[in-house]
Design a protein around this ligand. Structure first.
Ligand code: SF4
Length: 528
């Protein structure tokens, strides 16, 4: 049967309209595929108003809220002394210390250490806007606030320790001390000899005078003031550099005095060895950390590159902050010295540190350098009556001098040059020595040092020492890696000390947030 089109009444017209519809749709599809897609245009030239709910700029559990809450617990009256704006008098109100402290603490926690950067962040970043109530605090105010309230800042640090202590976060049972070198705001090339500093100081004084004599027609009043200020600051820095020369030269030997150099950018900075083995202008930041929860209980900044002399001042700072002495102090080998062991014993503080085995160090200067075992220093006989040694060849080694090492005193004895240089066994006894006679050392160890050594052989003491690195080095790592304080942004021992204090109190507030803070919503839920 062939196919036939059956035309039912009404169907013919329907089929025709279907055909038209399909054609139109096909045409539309064709047009559509030929047309370019349209996207939303981005207009960055426009200006618009936006409604912002400042309270909702940050989440309920945001760190900025915790910082604001924590700082609100503190007595900030120490900051009010210099505020000129008072109630009932005309003038713009000052920014409150609670806000400025919160801004700096939040900023350090975010790795921001520049007042100018904070000012910019106040313009658009949610947390800064929440803290300021969507206003902008200028960089000058922030910068001055950071370094102009030395006593108030120290008081603030102690208050924070009081809050953490009351919250059970500090025990002072075990305190670690560690030092870290932080670069100064000075280039290595800024170090000059005394003669150059004196010359520069003279030039600076002349320039200050010349700038002050400039008439207002020559330069605008504002520019003139800025120039005068810059010249005076330079003169002050150079004057300070000369003061530092006096200090350094008083400590240096005659030979070293000529080599003494001081930075003209930051005269109080010192060239110190860095962890990477290089040398750079730096300060030595000493941090004491309570082992219970890793809270920093004291911080100090010193110019000395070594740590030996820093243990006692570190403990003094802890005592000043708490009015009591830690039960135990743990350090690395950089602090282990005879004087420190004795001092800790006197203070009733248990000292834990690695054993620095100095025994035989002086004696071994020959051992290992081709000396035969029968001529090791142990083969030399000490004769107490004459305070001398007798060598295996029967020659006398007389007392020559005393050397104080980290944990012991060492007495040096030496043979006559003529006796050794003509000795038939010299090649076995002191083969490399062409200039003097052979020497040996007699070491004397104090009872306190022997007791320390004995204690550090116990597994219990070693286990405590193993905890040191994690507890003591964590704040230093945070300060450098998280807070970005690898280089100070201010100059001079006092200001640098304040910046270190800001970083450490920020660290402590972070510890409190992590271990104690609960956002308000969570507190309410917990109460239900
Ligand atoms: S080299 Fe000097 S110290 Fe050594 S055995 Fe000879 S004389 Fe004695």
């Amino acid at each position: 049967m062939g196919s036939e089109q059956v035309n039912l009444p009404g169907w013919g017209s329907l089929c025709q309209s279907d055909q038209h519809g399909e054609e139109a749709a096909a045409q539309k599809d064709q047009e559509k595929s030929a047309a370019k897609p349209r996207y939303e245009a981005i207009d960055r030239e426009q200006l618009f108003w936006r409604t912002v709910n400042v309270e909702r700029l940050i989440a309920p559990d945001h760190a900025a809220r915790a910082i604001w809450e924590f700082v609100g617990k503190l007595d900030l009256s120490g900051y009010s002394g210099e505020v000129r704006a008072v109630e009932g008098k005309a003038g713009r109100p000052a920014w409150g210390p609670r806000l400025l402290i919160s801004l700096w603490v939040y900023a350090y926690g975010q790795g921001v250490g520049s007042a100018r950067a904070i000012e910019e962040l106040c313009e658009w970043e949610g947390a800064y806007q929440w803290l300021t109530g969507a206003t902008v605090v200028n960089a000058h105010t922030l910068s001055d606030f950071r370094v102009k309230h030395d006593a108030a800042l120290k008081g603030l640090f102690v208050q924070i320790l009081g809050v953490l202590s009351a919250d059970g976060l500090i025990t002072l049972e075990r305190v670690m001390q560690d030092g870290t070198k932080i670069r100064a705001s000075a280039a290595s090339g800024s170090f000059r000899s005394r003669e150059r500093v004196e010359r520069a100081l003279q030039q600076a004084a002349e320039q200050v005078e010349a700038v002050e004599q400039m008439s207002e027609e020559e330069t605008s009043r504002r520019a003139a003031k800025a120039r005068q200020r810059a010249q005076r600051e330079r003169e002050e820095r150079l004057g300070l550099a000369l003061e530092e020369f006096k200090k350094l030269e008083a400590e240096a030997s005659v030979k070293d005095k000529k080599k003494t150099r001081v930075s003209t950018s930051d005269p109080q900075a010192r060239v110190m060895k860095q962890p990477d083995g290089g040398f750079a202008p730096s300060y030595n930041v000493q941090v004491n950390t309570d082992a219970a929860n890793g809270v920093v209980v004291a911080v100090g900044v010193v110019q000395a590159g070594n740590d030996f002399e820093q243990l006692v001042p570190g403990l003094d700072r802890v005592e000043d902050n708490f009015g009591k002495t830690p039960q135990q102090v743990v350090t690395d080998g950089g602090y282990v010295s005879r004087d420190n062991i004795v001092e800790m014993k006197l203070r009733g503080v248990e000292f834990i540190g690695p054993q620095c085995d100095e025994a035989g160090k002086g004696q071994s200067s020959y051992e290992g350098r081709g000396v035969s075992p029968q001529y090791h220093s142990s083969q030399f006989v000490y004769e107490g009556a004459s305070d001398s040694y007798r060598c295996p060849q029967g020659k006398i080694l007389s007392y020559e001098g005393k050397e104080e090492r980290h944990t012991q005193v060492s007495y040096r004895y030496r043979a006559q040059r003529s006796a050794c240089q003509g000795c038939p066994v010299k090649g076995q006894c002191c083969p490399g020595n062409q200039v003097t006679g052979r020497s040996v050392h007699r070491s004397e160890e104090l009872a306190e040092v022997a007791e320390f050594r004995h204690k550090m052989q116990s597994e219990q003491a070693r286990e405590i020492y193993r905890q040191r690195a994690q507890v003591a080095e964590t704040p230093n790592l945070w300060i450098k890696a998280k807070f970005g304080l690898r280089q100070f942004s201010v100059r001079g021992l006092s200001k640098v000390g304040m910046e270190a204090l800001w970083a450490c109190l920020t660290y402590n507030i972070r510890v409190w947030i992590r271990l104690r803070w609960r956002p308000l919503g969570e507190v309410a839920t917990a109460a239900v």
